[in-house]
Design a protein around this ligand. Sequence first.
Ligand SMILES: [Zn+2]
Length: 299
Amino acid sequence: MTWDRVERLLGEDVLSFLSTQTVGIIGLGSGGSFAAVSLAMSGVGRFILVDDDSLEPTNVVRHAADRRYLDQLKVDAVADLIRQRNPAAEIKVVAGRIEDHTDLFDEMDLVVSGVDSEGPKYLINQMCLEHGRTAIYAGVYERGEGGDVCVIVPGEGPCYACWAEHLREGLADPGAEPELDYGMIGPEGTLAAEPGLWLHVVRIAATQADLALNELVQNFDVHREMPGNTVVLANTWLEIYEGQTTLPYSAEWLTIPRNPDCLVCGPKHAQKDSAQVSLDDLISLGQVSYEQDENESSQ
Ligand SMILES: [Zn+2]
């Protein structure tokens, strides 16, 4: 039996439930493609894959799809990889940008963000808030030294905008929280260095897929309560907290709080149509800043 061992681990009821669940995976680069295939191998039965790119030769060393899929759309390549693991999987492929297909959020039980740049993450956040969808976001740090994964549940805790403000540039109130050492966001809002280190990306993506699976099975015994809404993973010696080194392959859990004044999920915006708040609005209001910290950019 194909699923015999997974079934022994998760139980028949969980596996049959997972086969009915639809995971939307937005962005199918190294992390997103790995998460997609991993979820298929874990029993998830339905996928909505969103990406507008084709597989280039330079992608191959850090993508689940290999040279056999060169010049094919990543959505088609990953759909094929999923079917190679689970021929019964139902897959909707969308060769486009998520902002042109926001109605798809209604069909997703869970959203996995596979996008690198911050802009699309804010859009996913807004759509997830509007449609009441939980999303799992992952970020890989410069040179693949580490990364973080967070679970954002609408109405519980922070939205991604609160979260990012607190974590990525969260030095607004350094007295209240230990200072976090990041600085991997470049001027365009993308990672300052595209990590090409497959093993390091995959470790973050595997955690993202595992947390996605855990979220899907939240009403079953196999669900595990996690110690926070965010895990920061070290791939090498990593200074997550200033003056404190986190060892290779270890991790720190954090609970990032909701910002009551958040421009996206806060009360000010609950009164108006949040779809009217664009990323540009957020930037102009100073809530989102992509300016690189000069001290950290030279690392
Ligand atoms: Zn918020």
